[in-house]
Design a binder for this molecule. Structure first.
Ligand SMILES: Cc1ncc(COP(=O)(O)O)c(C=O)c1O
Length: 416
């Protein structure tokens, strides 16, 4: 990459790419946004670094803004270097607060790359690294397209059964040893596999009933990605006790994350030892970038734009599915949409195997996107459509045209 501006970036040979994934679903305000760039430039001339026990104006302001935009009574943020260590610290906080060890997480989930976060995430990136940390309990997934639980049932019917299974698992594990259920606010790189409100409401009830915390990982789904400030905002009856954020908090301009806790949890640590800490916690440049990002989300109505442009994107993908039978399913909300490619709509056999190298059609598909100036990523047969929230309708059409062409090159691999 040589430079970036808005939804585009250019390589060193001058070729332009439409950023169809916001890099790693984090450059939410687009590339080189002048307001954010200026905030960082202004700040570094004044404060280049302050160690975590020292307050700065940007840090205080960011904490205040976060408590305004986050759901429920989340009010205190512990700032980290990114999403992974936000998760690590959320786990530590939950264990210290409840005095219980077990954290329940989904199989198809990703929570980061260090040992704790990696073990918490169930997806195959944890393979090959040994057993990981103890006391992570995995839950089955609300994968209506593939899970046998959903065969012949609606999403909601299957979700109700799955939530009952979660309660059963809590009982078998012993509620007195279960600290928290941790799930992504809106499922991300595991394939945008999102349950309905039926599941979410029951999970929140189970947490209350057994005095467990609900940790919602908003690292990817936060800051407007799905057309709401946070993924969990799609479920008004659900109030998280802790959320983790990163990515869109600074749009990646400076690395940053946070574990944000409810007022009760914050108060508890007023007189209980909170044995966590990082040299770069609340780095002044990251705080300045965070404040500037939230100002941009608000002043440019980017959450509304994500919702509205999400409808255009979704309709465009639905139209493509009519033309290309390799699209087995479309999932997501706002500017957070996945298409799952299949060899056959009846058998739902994936176009490339789950885990392992990409099959020939996936390689052709990905190469066509790159050749024709679209930058995005796919995992297994799932292709991500997650452009910056500043995208407009013409730019969405531009991206969809290339995807249309790339799909036409793999239509012949369909075995229907
Ligand atoms: C939901 C979720 N949680 C945590 C992480 C880890 O964040 P980071 O890569 O900033 O450490 C990611 C990264 O993609 C993520 O999508």
């Amino acid at each position: 990459m040589d430079r970036g501006e808005g939804v585009y970036f250019w390589d060193t040979e001058g070729k332009r790419y439409l950023d169809w994934s916001s890099q790693l679903v984090n450059v939410n305000v687009g590339h080189s946004h002048p307001h954010v760039v200026k905030a960082i430039q202004d700040h570094i001339g004044r404060i280049s670094f302050a160690y975590p026990s020292i307050a700065t104006e940007a840090r205080g302001r960011l904490g205040e803004l976060l408590s305004e935009v986050t759901p429920g009574n989340l009010s205190k943020a512990f700032f980290t270097n990114g999403g992974t260590d936000a998760i690590e610290n959320a786990i530590k906080i939950a264990r210290l607060y409840t005095g219980r060890p077990k954290i329940l997480t989904r199989y198809r989930s990703y929570h980061g790359a260090t040992f704790g976060a990696m073990t918490a995430g169930g997806d195959p990136r944890r393979h090959g690294h040994g057993p990981g940390i103890p006391d992570i309990i995995r839950l089955p997934d609300p994968y209506a397209y593939r899970s046998p639980v959903y065969k012949g049932r609606t999403q909601e019917e299957g979700d109700a059964i799955l939530a009952d299974m979660v309660e059963e698992i809590v009982l078998m594990e012993g509620p007195q040893s279960c600290a928290a259920i941790m799930i992504e606010g809106y499922s991300g790189t595991s394939g945008i596999i999102q349950p309905s409100a039926v599941y979410w409401n029951r999970i929140a009830e189970i947490c209350k009933k057994y005095k467990m915390l609900l940790i919602v990982d908003e690292v990817m789904s936060g800051f407007g990605r799905t057309g709401e400030w946070f993924g969990v905002d799609h479920y008004p009856n659900v109030t998280p006790d802790i959320i983790t954020i990163a990515k869109g908090i600074t749009s990646g301009y400076v690395p940053m994350g946070a574990a944000i806790v409810s007022e009760e949890i914050g108060k508890y640590f007023d007189d209980h030892m909170l044995s966590i800490g990082l040299t770069y916690s609340s780095h002044p440049l990251a705080c300045a970038a965070g404040v500037a990002n939230i100002e941009v989300y608000r002043s440019e109505n980017l959450i509304d734009n994500a919702r509205e442009m999400g409808k255009v994107l979704r309709q465009g993908l639905v139209d493509l599915a009519e033309k290309h039978p390799v699209i087995g399913e479309i999932r997501g909300a706002g500017l957070h949409q996945a298409i799952e490619l299949v060899k056959n709509r009846e058998t739902r056999e994936p176009l490339t195997p789950f885990i392992g190298p990409n099959s020939e059609p996936l390689q052709i598909f990905n190469r066509t996107l790159k050749d024709e100036g679209i930058s995005t990523f796919s995992r297994w047969s799932i292709v991500f459509n997650c452009p910056p929230l500043v995208i407009n309708e013409a730019q969405i059409k531009e991206g969809l045209e290339v995807i249309d062409h790339a799909l036409s090159k793999v239509d012949s691999y369909y075995e229907g």
